[in-house]
Design a protein around this ligand. Structure first.
Ligand code: ZN
Length: 94
């Protein structure tokens, strides 16, 4: 999952938002009370701090998963080698 839990600083409503968006300078409205929440790295609010920390962790995990996928040599789009090394004998053998 690439979303993290965010808790509203006003109504305490808990909702989810994408970890990729929850970065310094991001803001969004609470779906419950419609207050605008500001996400900043230097926020003093524990709810915001927690959401930022969780988002950072999820983004890191996503990045590591991406790297791991790129390192796997087995790719389904690998070029086919079936046209090489096997020659059909000309003429029918039957
Ligand atoms: Zn709210």
């Amino acid at each position: 999952m690439s979303s993290v839990q965010v808790q509203c600083t006003r109504c305490k409503n808990v909702f989810r938002d994408h970890a990729g968006r929850l970065q310094d300078g991001y803001s969004r409205q609470c779906p419950g009370c419609e207050v605008v929440l500001f996400f900043a790295e230097d926020s003093q609010h524990p709810f915001i701090k927690r959401a930022m920390r969780n988002a950072r962790k999820v983004r890191k995990e996503l990045r590591e998963a991406e790297v791991a996928r790129l390192l796997v040599p087995d790719s389904p789009a690998a070029p086919s080698r079936s046209s090489q090394g096997r020659r059909q004998a000309p003429g029918r053998s039957e």
